[in-house]
Write a protein that binds this ligand. Structure first.
Ligand SMILES: *Cc1c(COP(=O)(O)O)cnc(C)c1O
Length: 337
């Protein structure tokens, strides 16, 4: 198998179409057989549910090459389950979880020349998504849907070294209580764009959202969960019904307990206790953990150790498990080839 002739180490995080993607259509109340296509463009009615009322959700995971040359992905069953939850909340038909796994595996296999080699730091990003494709003008769920998976190679996250992030406590809200903060819906991102562009213009990397009911507790950023380390080496992460359940964060909690013997606490984290922590990191599929250097809360500045010793240990252990250097808990590594 020949790899594509790409400068893997210098890839950014952008869309680069590959040869194959997966498509399945839902019509007359059922999914068709689904399969691969080389068509990267989609033709739908101007009145499609996704275009008029944003009926769409997505997932994100990655395939990569382990030290011993296997192509694998990390806990894709949890992406399948989370997408099913998103679909139920948006009144979209669930794409069966088994079929979701098959679609991911089939799409990666068909594009295996695009899976970056071990050691490059690059990965093949996998994007499953679904949208309402039939015409909807009165507000209701669409009758027809399309499920798709495409892949695109993305570069190493920490290219040119790690620069700890500077975050600000946001004045705008991300998720209402009993709203849609816990699902991976496009609408959660559309409403965050104004605020992220503003944050960048003001010199911040990300917005930290607080609970919108009381504005006293930390939730997450626009696209990543947040973890803290206490002075005595405990891992603390916010607990709330309006946070997206990150697979990386859930995995890190288990790694902290079972591999590093750490104490972990999932609980409300108050804004006024941010200075009680020594390390802070954002977690998500793309970077695993991005170290945080500073959180600015309206003139109050709290500093953290960046890649401090504990965050570094968590990062090394989880990426070691992903790369096959450390034995993984049963079921965490899905071998594709
Ligand atoms: C996708 C996402 C995350 C990270 O989840 P992972 O499963 O770890 O990639 C965190 N927060 C939000 C809002 C997300 O959409």
């Amino acid at each position: 198998m020949d790899k594509k002739n790409i400068d893997w180490g210098n890839l950014g995080f952008g869309y680069m179409p590959t040869e194959w993607r997966y498509v399945a259509n839902y019509t007359d109340g059922k999914w068709d057989a689904g399969g691969l296509t080389d068509q990267s463009t989609i033709t739908i009615t101007e009145c499609a549910g996704v275009l008029q009322y944003a009926q769409t959700c997505f997932e994100g995971l990655k395939a990569y090459t382990t030290e011993d040359g296997r192509i694998v992905c990390f806990r894709p069953d949890l992406n399948a389950a989370r997408m099913a939850d998103s679909c139920r909340q948006l009144k979209m038909p669930v794409f069966p979880e088994e079929k979701f796994l098959e679609a991911v595996i089939e799409t990666v296999r068909a594009n295996k020349e695009w899976v970056p080699p071990f050691g490059s730091g690059a990965t093949l990003y996998i994007r499953p998504y679904m949208f309402g494709s039939s015409a909807v003008i009165g507000v209701k769920p669409a009758d027809e849907y399309q499920f798709r998976v495409f892949v695109t190679p993305v570069g190493p996250y920490f290219k040119g070294g790690v620069k700890p992030l500077t975050l600000r406590i946001s004045d705008l809200d991300r998720a209402a209580p009993r709203g849609t903060g816990h699902i991976k819906a496009g609408l959660n991102y559309a409403m965050s764009l104004y605020n992220i562009v503003d944050a960048h213009e003001q010199g911040y990397d990300e917005n930290v959202y607080v609970d919108s009911a009381t504005r006293t507790h930390i939730e997450e950023t626009g696209g990543a969960n947040i973890i803290f380390i206490t002075r005595d080496g405990k891992l603390v992460t916010p607990k709330s019904d309006t946070i997206l359940p990150s697979i990386t964060r859930r995995s890190l909690l288990q790694v902290a307990k079972d591999y590093l013997g750490m104490e972990v606490e999932e609980r409300e984290v108050r804004l006024d206790e941010l200075d009680q922590f020594t390390e802070c990191g954002l977690c998500g599929t793309a970077a695993v953990i991005s170290p945080v250097g500073t959180i600015v809360d309206h003139g109050r500045e709290i500093n953290y150790a960046g890649f401090g010793p504990t965050i570094q240990k968590l990062y090394d252990t989880l990426t070691g498990i992903q790369m096959g250097r450390i034995e993984a808990p049963a079921g965490w590594i899905q071998v594709i080839e």
